[in-house]
Design a protein around this ligand. Structure first.
Ligand SMILES: Cc1ncc(COP(=O)(O)O)c(C=O)c1O
Length: 374
């Protein structure tokens, strides 16, 4: 299998599995228990809290462990109450996008910023969108589909001037981009372990200590009463180990750039979606004219190459991706788009093989395409 779907999830690193295994077998105490086994488990998760805080220039008491990026995003939006106004974008991950509809039902006003053809928001539009009741701005940092990065520092400056909280979904960018919550004036930040060779089902929300966050889950006093439930100790340990590991970003970027260059030089009527320079180092998203993305994905899968159309969560839907549509693409071009996302476990040989296979499949699909005018 050539795995080019690292935006959906990554292969868990062996080092991560080993540490999790160790904890499951030996340190199985409940962190809330008072005996030594419980205290050991508590100690272990507190070390990870420190590690994550250090990574983003926060303090340990500002980190809340969650079941992943989706929960972290939902928890962040839970600061909003009826009558509040939220500014967000048209290219958020579903864990924000779908939640907006629920917020509106609760009487929260929502404004969604447009993006340009590369997927970047307009700071002037942001400045004009503030209202008296604006309580929160939530902007995705690295987009999961097209890889476009927003300028968090500039967005943070605007929010700080307006004295409004800023949250960012950094699930795709965490560890791939340097993020400093103080410099970027971030009040909240979401991250997830499984995008960085950690386990699935664990993540965190950074919440600035001056902010009162309302829990989504009630019960025990875990996570400083912000998130009830026995902590996912092995998962948290896996997240901690993943944070320590080298993502080999230079190698990943080199492979990605090599792939883009090869596709653009060896194939016709292809278009790189998103920004050429201002994008996540592991992401390439291409539209292949006259080709239907799902057919291309399934044909690649038959050849042992895993990719995705749009975001993994939307890939079972026939609706064109809301992110691609926000770039101003027609439905046809959006349907012909495929996301290739790389990791340190990929090789140059895999890229060569992928482009060879891609060329053959695209040629075959174009021959039978009803979209192509003869
Ligand atoms: C940008 C972004 N936000 C949030 C999530 C959700 O994270 P999780 O799968 O940990 O719930 C994802 C996962 O695809 C993502 O790419």
């Amino acid at each position: 299998m050539i795995y080019l779907d690292n935006g959906a999830t990554t292969q868990v690193a062996t080092e991560v599995v080993k540490e999790m295994d160790e904890v499951m077998l030996n340190d199985y105490g409940n962190p809330s228990s008072l005996h030594s086994l419980g205290r050991k488990a508590k100690e272990l998760i507190e070390e990870v809290r420190e590690k994550i805080a250090k990574e983003i220039n926060a303090t340990a008491d500002e980190i809340i462990f969650t079941s992943g990026g989706s929960e972290a995003n939902n928890l962040a939006l839970n600061v909003l109450e009826s009558g509040d106004h939220l500014i967000t974008t048209k290219i958020e991950h579903h864990s924000i996008e779908v939640t907006l509809k629920e917020l509106e039902k609760k009487g929260i006003e929502v404004s969604q910023l447009n993006v340009d053809a590369e997927g970047v928001i307009d700071l002037e539009e942001l400045k004009k969108s503030f209202k008296q009741n604006t309580k929160l701005v939530s902007v995705i940092h690295g987009n999961n589909e097209i890889g476009t990065l927003q300028d968090l520092i500039k967005i943070g400056e605007v929010c700080s001037e307006k004295k409004v909280m800023l949250h960012s979904d950094c699930v795709q960018s965490f560890k791939k981009e340097k993020i400093d919550v103080v410099k970027a004036n971030l009040s909240m930040l979401s991250l997830s372990a499984h995008k960085i060779h950690g386990p699935k089902g664990v993540g965190a929300l950074y919440v600035n200590k001056n902010i009162k966050i309302k829990p989504l889950i009630f019960g025990g006093a875990q996570e400083n009463k912000k998130r009830a439930g026995t902590e996912n100790v092995p998962g948290i340990i896996g997240l901690g180990k993943a944070v320590e590991l080298d993502l080999e970003l230079d190698k990943v970027k080199e492979l990605r750039d090599y792939f883009i260059k090869k596709v653009e030089s060896e194939m016709e009527e292809v278009k790189l979606n998103g920004s050429r320079s201002n994008r996540l180092c592991n992401n390439a998203n291409f539209s292949f004219k006259y080709v239907e993305g799902e057919s291309l994905l399934m044909s690649l899968d038959l050849e042992g190459i895993a990719v995705s159309t749009g975001s993994a969560c939307s890939s079972r839907s026939l609706k064109p991706s809301h992110v691609l549509m926000a770039l101003g693409m027609g439905a046809e071009q959006a349907h012909g788009s495929i996301r290739f996302t790389f990791s340190k476990f990929n090789t140059k040989e895999e890229v060569d093989k992928t482009v060879d296979v891609l060329k053959k499949i695209v040629e075959r699909l174009r021959k039978i395409s009803p979209l192509r005018k003869k």
